[in-house]
Design a protein around this ligand. Structure first.
Ligand code: ATP
Length: 234
């Protein structure tokens, strides 16, 4: 579904991605794990059009992706950004509806709002509350829900568990599996390597802008090098 080949991204003189190639098949959860500054967000931002790449190619369903973010959303790719970036002074429902701003299929929008409320009953309870007054975990739910309101085929998730309490982390990873079972495809960037590998089908390890390892997520969970470097197990 998504085919990234030999991608190079620069920020001025900083060579942030040095020839990254990854693929994501329809219906999979694929995770990119790596330390701070490895280039994980840069990779997602290159797919969603927020960051320009200098070399390489990105194919989505066999065709080159457009360069402009709103056209990429229209093609069926939505990013749930790191740090949530919700609109604090709008209600929960208005934030969700903003996720559908490029759509005109009113029935589909209504159906997807119901679906998001089923996935996150907490958001339904709080639909009239100002988003800025939600807890961190609820804001993360809202950011994911807003992404789903764009009716994406491919969901890009940047560190969805960042800064959340353990119970909320469990909830978010369960929801990621629920989203997969809705037929969606997920590319997940995480520093919580253990949870990410336990949730994903396949994984890539990014180090200093290069993919250094890839494989079935379960196999990487059992890999001694991964255990030592990313799972804190000796
Ligand atoms: P983290 O987990 O800390 O978010 P990351 O793996 O997502 O890290 P990126 O945010 O992609 O890493 O950053 C990769 C490299 O590019 C880092 O060295 C970072 O300092 C640099 N970088 C990222 N964004 C910019 C920018 N806008 N301008 C200059 N350098 C940047």
């Amino acid at each position: 579904m998504l085919e990234i080949k030999d991608l190079h991204v620069y920020y001025g003189g900083i060579h942030a991605l040095k020839g990254v190639s990854i693929s994501v098949e329809k219906g999979e959860i694929v995770t990119i794990i790596g330390a701070n500054g490895a280039g994980k967000s840069t990779l997602l931002n290159a797919v969603s059009g927020i960051v320009r790449y200098r070399e390489g190619s990105i194919l989505f369903k066999g065709e080159p992706l457009p360069k402009l973010p709103h056209l990429i959303v229209k093609r069926g790719i939505v990013q749930v950004p790191e740090g949530r970036l919700i609109f604090a002074n709008l209600t929960v429902k208005d934030n969700l509806m903003l996720g559908a701003y490029l759509r005109s299929d009113m029935n589909g929008i209504k159906r997807d709002l119901e679906m998001v409320y089923e996935l996150f009953p907490r958001l339904k309870e709080r639909e009239k509350q100002m988003a800025g007054t939600l807890s961190g975990g609820e804001q993360q739910m809202l950011a994911i829900g807003r992404g789903l309101m764009g009716n994406p085929e491919l969901v890009l998730m940047d560190e969805p568990s960042l800064g959340l309490a353990p119970l909320m982390v469990q909830t978010i990873f369960k929801v990621i599996k629920d989203i997969k079972s809705m037929g969606k495809t997920i590319l997940l960037v995480e520093q919580n390597a253990y949870k990410a590998l336990a949730t994903a089908d396949r994984a890539y390890v990014l180090e200093q802008g290069r993919i250094v390892k890839s494989g079935r997520a379960q196999d990487l969970l059992d890999d001694p090098g991964i255990k030592e470097s990313y799972l804190g197990v000796k």
